[in-house]
Ligand binder design. Sequence first.
Ligand code: SME
Length: 161
Amino acid sequence: MFAAQTLAGAKPDQYAQLIDQARALVAGERDRVANAANLSALVYSALPDLNWAGFYFFDGTELVVGPFQGLPACVRIPLDKGVCGAAARTRQTQRIADVHAFPGHIACDSASNSELVVPLVGADGSLVGVFDLDSPKHDRFDADDQAGLEAVARVFVESLA
Ligand code: SME
């Protein structure tokens, strides 16, 4: 059984522990739904001040919601819409301090005020989807959060290989 350990120390150290936990969670498993479900649960329970953590998968046309923790969310997001669409389209992490100032932001949960979306790109360069974190706090995600959550996203993508 998985025993979550409380993250301790400075933020980069906490992310190092979270990444170790993420690696342990997906070890030996390649199923994308299973790994996305467990990584969503891990991140949502380990990090403070999140109201949504989860995955959207690219179906060849648009993003379709996958495993997540939080309130029910928008099912499909075109690549030209929202923070998720911007991350998928540009393949650049979107770290948004105030989602209300982001043109085209899709408000799935009105409690969300800041957001971090990491694109998921496979080893062959294909778009897998995005890993999306929402917070009720303004400016919740700093550069350490971005680096740590990009590393969690890499653990996910590598688990599929
Ligand atoms: N806010 C996102 C939509 C997804 S939800 O936050 C879960 C966006 O603008 O793309």
